[in-house]
Design a protein around this ligand. Structure first.
Ligand SMILES: [Zn+2]
Length: 429
């Protein structure tokens, strides 16, 4: 028989609401509702252990991590470039991989994923989300974007040989004009999206000066111009405004890929929930872009981990500058481009950028919840409070002392169910 309540007794707990570690806290949980019943501050370390209670007094306990930018169908680009994954891996392989990815993510302490686009898997992310929610497979709570929106001829696979019908899968829902983008948002909503993602800009001139094809056996062009394929804005302001307005009608948050300064400013003005990447390409000073984001309460997800493939130090400076200016941050690594289960890398890079540990943890908890749309997402998570989801993790080491502590997650509970205890997966039979 399932117990009515169980209590987790913690020694040290991180509280993101006050950005502080506190001692001697117990959290009572209703396992059937999967939620927190109450949070108790004890006088000392002594506890009254009841049947089913969990003793985590020698661990560092905190709310489950929220990765604000993931792709469940992708695995490390170092294992295989994204083009090959999207073009060559079967729907079955990608689904089986995603099943492994979400399990690994959960075991590494990520109890929520904001998954920003299937990258060639249509709207099948909704089915993975539902399989998790139905208890069929273990994984984080998923908020999914299905296909991202992009203007015609922009975010799509380019194959030089299109004879005999050769084609890659569709990787975005192409849409144009105010009427067209509204229709695209409606298609996403109908497919089950929890969040709308669009591309403010992209390098969309790939076929003008074709690059070296993957595999290394063919060549690019001999004398490419200085910028063969620059990042350019690809929706106008009216279109971006319409995307956000239409998403608002459906009660959904909006994430915007922006790697140009201009694209980020336009997205912020349109009222997007978050700007992803924010590489600030172009003439505008990053400071002016960040000011616009702060003015519009735009959440910034700098995706530092994926930037390791490009230039992470510049992006770390921008992330630190954003933090110093008071721009709201969320932690999301573009996880999938590097392997699931290593999401803590993003937090490590944020800390390395000079952002205090407590602020980074908060960005990975409350910041994550806010990027999912706050109350509009239908759940409360990211901090401990009566009624919130019982998403609780514990580290074997103290992150204030041990730089590698965020990867030492030995206990994971999501929705009141334990998935990892004593460093070992449980309940996965
Ligand atoms: Zn991404």
């Amino acid at each position: 028989m399932q117990l009515k309540t169980i209590t987790i007794h913690a020694g040290t707990v991180f509280d993101p609401k006050i950005k502080k570690f506190r001692e001697n806290v117990s959290v009572m949980i209703d396992p059937r509702a999967g939620s927190i019943v109450k949070v108790v501050h004890r006088d000392g370390s002594a506890v009254d252990m009841k049947k089913g209670d969990i003793d985590l007094r020698d661990k560092i306990v905190m709310p489950g991590f929220v990765d604000a930018h993931t792709h469940i169908f992708l695995h490390s680009y170092k294992e295989r470039p994204s083009l090959e994954q999207m073009r060559d891996e079967s729907i079955v392989e990608r689904t089986i991989r995603a099943t492994n990815h979400v399990r690994r993510a959960l075991l590494s302490g990520y109890t929520t994923y904001r998954d920003l686009g299937t990258e060639g898997m249509a709207s099948f992310d909704t089915n993975v989300r539902d399989a998790i929610n139905r208890g069929i497979i273990p994984g984080p709570r998923l908020f999914v974007a299905t296909e991202c929106l992009a203007s015609t001829g922009s975010y799509q696979l380019r194959l030089e040989n299109t004879a005999n019908g050769a084609a890659g899968p569709r990787i975005s829902d192409a849409c144009d004009g105010v009427v067209g983008v509204r229709a695209a948002v409606r298609r996403r909503v109908a497919d089950g999206a929890d969040i709308i993602k669009f591309y403010a800009d992209y390098s969309r001139k790939a076929m003008r000066f074709p690059p070296v094809a993957t595999g290394g056996s063919s060549i690019g062009i001999q004398f490419p111009p200085k910028e063969p394929n620059p990042h350019v804005v690809m929706f106008n302001q009216d279109e971006m405004n319409a995307i956000v307005d239409e998403a608002n009608l459906a009660g959904l948050p909006v994430a915007c890929h922006a790697s140009t300064a201009k694209g980020a400013v336009m997205a912020a003005k349109a009222g997007v929930t978050s700007v992803e990447h924010g590489n600030m390409r172009g003439d505008m000073a990053p400071e002016d872009v960040l000011k616009e984001m702060r003015r519009n309460n735009t959440i910034y997800v700098p995706t530092l981990a994926i930037m390791e493939f490009l230039s992470v130090s510049g992006m770390q400076r921008t992330a630190k500058q954003a933090f110093d200016m008071g721009v709201r941050l969320a932690a999301g690594g573009d996880t999938g481009a590097f392997n699931h289960g290593e999401g803590a890398w993003e937090m490590e890079l944020m800390i390395e950028a000079g952002i205090p540990l407590e602020d980074v943890l908060e960005a990975c908890m409350l910041g994550g919840w806010e990027s999912c749309g706050k109350d509009r997402c239908g759940y409360k998570f990211g901090w401990f409070e009566e009624g919130n989801r019982a998403d609780i993790i514990a580290l074997d080491a103290d992150p204030r002392i041990d730089k590698g502590a965020l990867r030492k997650v030995s206990f994971v509970m999501k929705d009141g169910k334990v998935w990892k205890e004593g460093g070992v997966p449980v309940g996965m039979e």
